[in-house]
Ligand binder design. Structure first.
Ligand code: OFO
Length: 162
């Protein structure tokens, strides 16, 4: 059994994961409209992953016999200045999600809640991967600068994500 405070914090995290999914879907739609289907596909696949993160947390809260409470999902931005800005926003968002996961771990440690600590380890590892992929992509955009051929090739590369 998890504490009421932990259940509330996990429910908040579920809301954040669902917002991440929404955000990446909106970013994908923006890039599709910009004529970059590879980058759009990458973000849409990422949106699916975020939904998976929410589902993983929902299952854990259910398994602990605590109530699942879904909040409304805020409207994500629909416009960005450039494809590079989209991926900078992804990196920034993932850093915030990492901080949020770490705060959950801190709470679980404080409460000597070993099961929640163990469950959260998966998310701690996942966030390392998420930040690393986003930051590599931002680095590639910096290398390319405004070169249209570079953008075209990066679109193709990101489009290979399954
Ligand atoms: Fe769920 O990791 Fe990204 O946001």
């Amino acid at each position: 059994m998890i504490s009421k405070k932990t259940a509330e914090a996990l429910n908040e995290q579920i809301g954040k994961e669902l917002y991440s999914s929404h955000l990446y879907l909106a970013m994908g739609a923006y890039l599709q409209a910009e004529g970059l289907p590879g980058m759009a596909g990458w973000l849409k696949a990422h949106a699916e992953e975020e939904r998976g993160h929410a589902m993983r947390l929902i299952k854990y809260v259910e398994d602990q016999g605590a109530p699942v409470r879904l909040s409304g999902i805020a409207e994500p931005p629909a416009e960005y200045g450039s494809p590079r800005q989209v991926f900078e926003a992804v990196l920034d968002h993932e850093r915030k999600i990492t901080a949020s996961i770490h705060a959950l771990v801190e709470l679980a440690i404080e409460e000597r809640d070993f099961a929640t600590q163990a469950m959260l380890q998966w998310f701690v590892t996942e966030q390392v991967e998420e930040e690393s992929v986003a930051s590599e992509t931002v680095a590639k955009f910096k290398m390319i600068g405004g070169d249209a051929r570079g953008i075209y090739l990066l679109d193709r590369e990101l489009g290979q994500r399954k």
